[in-house]
Design a protein around this ligand. Structure first.
Ligand code: GLY
Ligand code: MN
Ligand code: MN
Length: 431
């Protein structure tokens, strides 16, 4: 059961969503909107379905993950109606719905069949959701792009309820990160560390906002490393774990890098990255261009490369201009976070050529929640061309070879923009 103040904040959240949706519907000329929660498609040639979590706008209103074939109807001036799919089924169980105050705002009806409900007085109706689910819906305008863009925009400025949910998702994930570090210190395999994380967070893999990235040693250098080795490593030189949880639908997305015992050079690089990451988090404030934080991260990575002796004889600006920092730090500084881990509406304008993977190009405003996740990796496919190119003499190949066995570093926090600065939702729960 959630605490009473959170449940009361949820009522304010719904009130704000109602206003935002009414305005979006009016702007785009619709009287009402039907949102499909979605359903998991079956694997091709198989009778087993993929894991299911739920469509963003449905989760934005309800937070109810894992509920297939539900429908939510939004109308101007009227309370929303939620049809919950609750079939009589001796193969599967229906999820129980906890009685909570939000049900005074959203009327809940139970239905036995998965089809969209018949609506009376829907007026000009839009229906949004996964197209394969909407294929069976013979009425309304499906996924009109202008309206979809406006709905995405309703997710950019988080309500107080959403920020508290994101904070709680951070607190729970940090328990998992602590257990993961202990498992790593105990010499566990990636698989064992994953189990420790799941046990501490009480979350199944299928419920996680994304596949937890758990890389020991060289594996830490693959940005989204997706396999879990089951053997205990001969030497535990480093651990990179990037893992979150969902809380009432809201995601955390946290990365920590832990050096193994005796890895002093790598440990000092991790320490340098930790200081850089904290400085970058302090940059988060209203009016700041997120791209500028990305650019400052490159300056900071250049300084780390110099200080550690990985690169010699070049100033920071030259390292950035020559693409050296990009070879060590190839991804963006972060993204919006919310009901999806890479939340929507981050790129009304595409990123510039020097930041092709940046997922957020907006000016920061109060209510936005972003990740700050600088990294420094030893990725052979990116470093090999540098080591054989014009910059070769500036790269300390023996040190790179030595540290390549530790894979890489990423440190990632979740930060909410406030009216005057920022609230670091991750560090505030870290002890
Ligand atoms: N966990 C994926 C990311 O950090 O964006
Ligand atoms: Mn992450
Ligand atoms: Mn992230």
């Amino acid at each position: 059961m959630s605490n009473p103040s959170l449940l009361s904040l949820q009522l304010d959240h719904l009130d704000q969503l109602q206003q935002r949706y009414e305005s979006a519907l009016q702007t785009h000329g619709y009287d009402s909107l039907l949102i499909a929660s979605g359903a998991a498609p079956y694997r091709y040639g198989d009778d087993q379905a993929w894991h299911f979590q739920g469509y963003g706008p449905f989760l934005h209103w309800t937070g109810l993950t894992g509920r297939e074939h539900c429908w939510l109807w939004i109308r101007a001036g009227q309370n929303p109606v939620l049809w919950l799919f609750e079939p009589v089924d001796f193969w599967h169980a229906n999820l129980a719905l906890e009685q909570e105050p939000w049900q005074s705002f959203i009327e809940v009806r139970s239905q036995q069949t998965p089809e969209a409900p018949q609506l009376e007085s829907a007026g000009r109706l839009a229906v949004v959701g996964d197209p394969w689910v909407l294929a069976g819906v013979g009425f309304g305008e499906h996924n009109p792009p202008g309206l979809l863009g406006a709905l995405d925009e309703t997710r950019v400025h988080k309500t107080r309820y959403e920020i508290e949910c994101l904070a709680q998702a951070n607190a729970i994930a940090l328990d998992g990160h602590r257990s993961a570090r202990e498992a790593f210190a105990g010499g566990q395999s990636e698989f064992g560390i994953n189990l420790a994380y799941q046990r501490a967070t009480g979350q199944r893999e299928a419920e996680a906002p994304y596949h937890s990235i758990i890389g020991i040693n060289e594996h830490a250098g693959t940005l989204h490393y997706q396999h879990y080795g089951t053997r205990r490593p001969a030497r535990s030189r480093s651990l990179l774990i990037d893992a979150g949880v969902r809380y009432r639908g809201y995601c955390s997305d946290i990365t920590r890098t832990t050096p193994g015992a005796g890895q002093d050079r790598f440990a000092s690089l991790v320490h340098g990255m930790e200081l850089l990451q904290r400085r970058l988090c302090e940059q988060v404030a209203p009016g700041v261009e997120y791209l500028e934080i990305h650019r400052k991260a490159h300056q900071g990575v250049a300084a780390l490369l110099s200080a550690s002796g990985l690169v010699t004889g070049l100033d920071d600006d030259t390292m950035v201009a020559e693409g050296i920092t990009r070879a060590f730090f190839p991804h963006g500084i972060g993204h919006f976070l919310g009901i999806q881990v890479h939340d929507v509406a981050g790129k009304p304008t595409p990123p510039p050529a020097d930041a092709p993977f940046l997922r957020l190009t907006r000016t920061l405003e109060p209510g936005m929640v972003v990740t700050i996740e600088p990294g420094l990796y030893f990725i052979p496919s990116l470093l090999d061309p540098l080591m054989s190119g014009a910059m070769k003499r500036h790269l300390n190949s023996s040190l790179i070879d030595e540290l390549a066995g530790c894979g890489g570093i990423r440190i990632e926090d979740n930060v909410a923009v406030t009216d005057t600065g920022a609230r670091n939702l991750t560090r505030e729960s870290e002890v």
